[in-house]
Design a protein around this ligand. Structure first.
Ligand code: FE2
Ligand code: FE2
Length: 358
């Protein structure tokens, strides 16, 4: 890599990451970054903090070196291997644009502090309300274009603030609304492809506008036929899916999913927050459902039972001894001095508070 290409790459990366050009140039030239990464950096415009670069080079996505993993989409259960010390943030159902905007400020502040290497959205990132099969009240305007652009903006912001190296978006039943709508009403154009990207025009990832140069992977069902059969395994022992089972009590759904797979599991979809641990002959199996980050008062979500089954939260994790050790972070409501309700959470000695305004 010559001097000019380093300079050009550095200014491109600096513009996007907010890091100074000098720091980026030093990082690119640093011996900690592998030759492969140096080659890929100008192409993919991602800044890697030198102290995290070594971890990144040890990661494997689908058995492949991450610098060589250009797959924008994957169908099925994607195996991911993460080295010790790697940090992961897993965010549950955001239901953009019906997300809790005030609460999201606190989540962004946490992502900035925590600096996860990997960011995982475990489904229902977007609500896709405009394509809902349920009867929609004429009082609620629908605008798919607005939903998609707000989701793209939010996703970009979360990725940028976290400084993560790779993002995985597991499809939930809400993103699957686009596929179901096409199947039911537009089957003849379902495979219409963008001549440049060769991706189906109305697929969720194509509508959001990401391409293979972006460090993001959208995980779909194995047969592309339907449902939410896609997910990930982390270090072969933990299975992540959007969630298929909804039991009436918190904790019962992930337990049932673990019974199905006989492995540790983690899912969203239920909008509840709970964890179980079970000792088996194969070691301790963990079962978690990690809540929701949507706004329960948003008109898109008026069907929900808010009294007992809507728990704000997410999961912070780090790989220790080859295992992803995760902590559910519950978000609770407190009453402030001036008698207002406010969502807060506590992490690593710091209190994160929702913003006062949206
Ligand atoms: Fe869901
Ligand atoms: Fe959901």
């Amino acid at each position: 890599m010559n001097r000019n290409s380093i300079r050009a790459a550095a200014s491109k990366v600096a513009n996007q990451s907010g890091v100074s050009t000098k720091d980026v140039r030093t990082a690119i030239k640093s011996s900690i970054i592998t030759r492969q990464t140096k080659l890929i950096l100008p192409e993919r415009s991602v800044f890697i903090a030198p102290e995290r670069a070594e971890l990144y080079s040890q990661m494997r996505i689908g058995g492949t070196d991450p610098t060589m993993f250009f797959s924008l989409t994957f169908n099925g259960i994607l195996p991911v291997e993460l080295p010790n010390g790697m940090k992961v943030a897993i965010l549950p159902d955001i239901h953009s644009p019906a997300h809790d905007v005030r609460l999201m400020w606190a989540v962004k502040a946490w992502l900035f502090d925590y600096k996860p290497d990997i960011l995982i959205f475990i489904g229902d990132l977007a609500d896709v309300f405009a394509l809902s099969a349920w009867p929609i009240s004429p009082r609620i305007p629908t605008d798919l274009n607005m939903e998609i652009s707000v989701t793209r903006e939010l996703l970009d912001e979360l990725i940028r603030i976290s400084g993560c190296r790779h993002t995985f978006v597991i499809m939930g039943n809400h993103e699957d609304r686009t596929r179901r709508w096409l199947q039911n009403f537009g089957g003849k154009v379902a495979n219409l492809s963008n001549p440049q990207s060769l991706e189906p025009v109305l697929s969720f990832h194509e509508m959001l506008g990401y391409g293979p140069a972006d460090h993001i992977t959208f995980i779909y069902d194995r047969k592309q036929a339907g449902g939410m059969g896609g997910g990930m395994t982390i270090n072969r022992v933990l299975k992540l899916i959007h969630g298929t089972k909804v039991r009436p009590k918190p904790g019962a759904s992930p337990r049932a999913v673990t019974d199905d797979f006989m492995s540790s599991t983690l899912h969203g979809h239920t909008h509840r927050l709970a964890e179980n641990f079970r000792q088996t002959l194969r070691g301790v199996l963990t079962s978690r459902e990690i809540g929701v980050l949507a706004n329960p008062n948003h008109p898109y979500l008026s069907y929900m039972d808010l009294l007992s089954n809507f728990h704000h939260g997410f999961l912070a994790a780090e790989v220790v001894n080859g295992q992803l050790m995760g902590n559910i972070v519950p978000i609770v409501q407190i009453t402030t001095g001036d008698n207002r309700r406010k969502s807060v959470f506590y992490f690593d000695g710091k209190l994160y508070k929702a913003a006062d305004r949206g």
